[in-house]
Design a protein around this ligand. Structure first.
Ligand code: DHE
Length: 563
C-alpha cells in the first residue's frame, strides 16, 4: 500500500498540482459527523467538530482552486475515488496527503505547513477530510440576498459635488486582505484618507464609470459601495450576493441603445454558481441568474460552474462573464433587464476560465484558461470566439497589460504561475495577429507570477512573482523595457520586511508604480512607490492600519480600463 501511495504522490508531483493562493472562503454550516471505510486502510473517521473545522479550513484555503465540489479547476480534483485523470484521495492516503499539504508542490500548491498557516495536526485533519465525500453546495435565494441589502446613505443624502479638495481621481484603493478592510490612499500625498470595514478577505475593487464610487467584493460574497466624494470616503451601501465570490463590475456603456453608465452592477458567485445584478447606486438586488450548466465539450451538467472574471464593454451594453468550470464565456446584454436571461450569448471556449482583460482597442477580451495553458480571445462586438492561443504553463494575467511594440504594434502580455515566462500576443490586425510574438524567459527557477502591468505613458513592463517557491524571488520585482522586452532592472521588497511583492498599479499620471509588500497578518507590510522613469524607490508607506495589502486600484485607471 505504501509503495502505491508513494508512486501516486509522485504522479501528483509530476502533474505540477496547482493550488496557488487557494484561500477561498465561504460561510458554511457544520455537517453531521461522517465516517467512511476507505479501501483496505482503516476507516477515516471525523467527529462532527473535526468535520466542521475541516470544512472551514477547506473553504478558507482550498476551495478557490479545487472547487467546492472538489472536482478540480485551477488545481486538480480531490475526490475519494478520483476522476480518471487524477489519483483517488483514498488511494493517496493520509500520510501522502499530509506531506503535500505541509510541503506544497512545485506547480503552485502552497506549502501550508512550512508557511505556518496549518499545523501538522490540521494538515492531517485535512488529509482525512479529503478522503471523505464532498458536502453539497449550499443554496442562496433572491430573498436571502434581499435580506442582506443595506443602504447607509441614500442617494439623495449624498454630496452632489466632491466635498474633498483632494485629487480623488488619483486615489488608490488598497485591499487589506486579512483585516477585512479597504484603505483609500491619496495618490498625490500618499496619506491614508480612510480605512473602511468592507468584510472578510476582499478580493478586488472596481471603479464606477465616473470614478466616484469603488465597489469591493470579498470572499464572503459581500459587495460594498464606497463613496469617494465626502471629505472622508464612506461606505454607503452593501449587499451579500453569494457565500463565496471573486468578481464585481459596473455597467459602462453609453451609446445609441441608451446611457447605462453606473446603472447596474453585476456580482459573480463562486458558491452558489450564479450572478446577481443590482442597482449601481443603491445595490438593491434586481436579478439573479444561475450559471450552472453543461461543460462545453462533454455536455456533462455541472452544479459548480463558478463565475470567474467579469469585464464591462465600453462599446456595447455587455458584460463578459467567464464561467470557470464549463468553459463558457457569456456575453450578458443588460439593456433589457427584465429579459436578461434571454439576451445572453454563450460561447464555448476552453475549460477553467480565470482572469483576463481587454486588448488596447477595448473590443477583444483575452482570458486565461489557466489549467489548459491557453488564452482565449473573444471578439465582443461580434459576439464570437476569435482565437484560442497556446501559451506557457498556467497563464495568470490578472487583467494582463497592453504595450506598443516597434515591429508588431499593440501587444497584450501575460505572466505565468507554472513557469518563469512572459508571453506577448500581437493584437493588431495583420499576419501576426493572435500570435505569441515574444516569449520572454524570466531569470531564476520556476514561475509564480500573478500580475503584470504597464501604462500607455510608460516605457516599462512590471512583473511580480509572489508564488515562486524561492523566498528571494517572491520579493523580487522585474522591470522590462517595453520596446525590447529586455530585463532592465530587478527591484525588491527591502529585506527588513518579511513580505512578498504582489500586484502592481500605476498612478493616474502613469509615472509611478505601486507594489504591495504583502507580509503575514502579524508582520509589518509595506506599500512601495517607485518612480517609473528612474526606477528608484520614492516612498515606503507603512502604518498599523496597513495589514496584508494585496490588490491596489487607481480610480482613474480602473474606471477607464487603463492597463
Ligand atoms: Fe485572485 C483577480 C480568483 C487567489 C488577488 N482572482 C481575480 C479574479 C478571479 C480570481 C476570478 C478576476 C476578477 C475579475 O477580474 O473580475 N484568486 C482567485 C482564485 O480563485 C484564487 C486562485 C484562489 C482563491 O481561493 O481565491 C485567487 N487572488 C488570489 C490570491 O491569493 C491573491 C494574490 C490575494 C488574495 O486576495 O487572496 C489574489 N485576484 C487578486 C487580485 C485580483 C484578482 C489583486 C485583481 C487583479 C487586477 O488587477 O484586476
Amino acid at each position: 500500500m505504501r509503495n502505491s501511495t508513494v508512486s501516486l504522490w509522485m504522479v501528483m508531483l509530476l502533474l505540477g498540482v496547482y493550488l496557488a493562493g487557494c484561500k477561498g472562503d465561504s460561510q458554511q454550516k457544520a455537517a453531521e459527523p461522517e465516517t467512511e471505510e476507505v479501501g483496505s486502510e482503516p476507516a477515516v473517521t471525523l467527529t462532527s467538530e473535526e468535520m466542521a473545522r475541516a470544512k472551514q479550513i477547506y473553504f478558507n484555503l482550498c476551495a478557490g482552486c479545487h472547487g467546492a465540489t472538489r472536482r478540480g479547476a485551477t488545481g486538480p480534483s480531490l475526490l475519494p475515488d478520483g476522476d480518471g485523470k487524477f489519483p483517488a484521495t483514498k488511494e493517496l492516503g493520509t500520510e501522502a496527503l499530509t506531506h503535500i499539504i505541509m510541503n506544497g508542490l512545485p506547480g503552485g500548491m502552497p506549502d501550508w505547513g512550512k508557511q505556518g498557516v496549518l499545523t501538522e495536526e490540521e494538515a492531517k485533519l485535512m488529509a482525512k477530510y479529503l478522503q471523505l465525500p464532498p458536502p453539497p453546495i449550499p443554496q442562496m435565494t433572491m430573498e436571502d440576498v434581499r435580506k442582506s441589502w443595506k443602504v447607509y446613505v441614500p442617494v439623495e443624502a449624498r454630496p452632489t459635488r466632491p466635498e474633498t479638495q483632494r485629487n480623488w481621481k488619483n486615489y488608490m484603493g488598497v485591499i487589506l486582505r486579512d483585516a477585512g478592510k479597504v484603505a483609500i490612499i491619496d495618490g498625490d500625498t500618499k496619506e491614508p484618507v480612510a480605512v473602511l470595514n468592507t468584510g472578510f478577505a476582499v478580493h478586488i475593487l472596481r471603479s464606477s464609470s465616473s470614478g466616484r464610487y469603488f465597489y469591493s467584493i470579498g470572499r464572503d460574497g459581500k459587495v460594498t459601495l464606497i463613496d469617494l466624494w465626502p471629505e472622508k470616503p464612506q461606505i454607503v451601501a452593501e449587499v451579500k450576493t453569494a457565500f463565496d465570490a471573486r468578481s464585481v463590475e459596473v455597467s459602462k456603456y453609453k451609446g445609441p441603445q441608451g446611457d447605462f453608465r453606473d446603472k447596474y452592477i453585476i456580482a459573480g458567485g463562486y458558491v452558489p454558481s450564479h450572478f446577481v445584478v443590482c442597482d449601481a447606486m443603491t445595490l438593491e438586488p434586481l436579478k439573479m441568474v444561475s450559471t450552472k450548466g453543461k461543460v462545453l465539450d462533454t455536455g456533462e451538467y455541472l452544479e459548480e460552474a463558478r463565475v470567474a472574471s467579469i469585464v464591462a464593454s465600453h462599446h456595447d451594453p455587455l458584460w463578459v462573464v467567464n464561467v470557470k468550470e464549463t468553459g463558457m464565456v457569456w456575453l450578458v446584454d443588460y439593456s433589457d433587464l427584465d429579459n436578461i436571461e434571454q439576451n445572453i450569448t454563450k460561447i464555448p471556449t476552453a475549460r477553467f476560465l480565470h482572469d483576463g482583460g481587454w486588448d488596447h482597442s477595448g473590443k477583444y477580451f483575452l482570458v486565461a484558461a489557466n489549467a489548459e495553458n491557453k488564452i482565449v480571445v473573444i471578439d465582443v462586438p461580434n459576439k464570437k470566439l476569435e482565437k484560442i492561443i497556446e501559451v506557457g504553463t498556467k497563464p495568470h494575467p490578472g487583467r494582463g497589460t497592453n504595450i506598443q511594440h516597434p515591429k508588431y504594434g499593440h501587444l497584450w502580455l501575460t505572466g505565468h504561475i507554472g513557469e518563469g515566462l512572459v508571453a506577448a500576443i500581437a493584437t493588431d490586425p495583420g499576419p501576426h495577429q493572435w500570435e505569441v510574438v515574444e516569449n520572454v524567459r524570466m531569470p531564476g527557477v520556476g514561475g509564480g507570477t500573478l500580475f503584470i502591468k504597464s501604462h500607455p505613458k510608460s516605457k516599462h513592463v512590471w512583473v511580480d512573482r509572489p508564488l515562486n517557491t524561492n523566498e528571494d524571488l517572491q520579493r523580487t520585482i522585474y522591470v522590462y523595457d517595453a520596446a525590447t522586452m529586455e530585463l532592465k532592472k530587478t527591484l525588491r521588497v527591502p529585506d527588513r520586511y518579511k513580505a512578498r511583492a504582489v500586484h502592481l498599479e500605476y498612478n493616474k499620471n502613469g509615472d509611478e508604480v505601486w507594489v504591495s509588500g504583502w507580509a503575514k497578518k502579524d508582520d509589518e507590510s509595506v506599500l512601495l512607490v517607485f518612480d517609473d522613469k528612474t526606477l528608484e524607490l520614492k516612498k515606503e508607506i507603512t502604518g498599523d492600519w496597513l495589514v496584508t495589502p494585496t490588490g491596489k486600484f487607481n480610480v482613474y485607471n480602473t474606471a477607464h480600463d487603463i492597463y
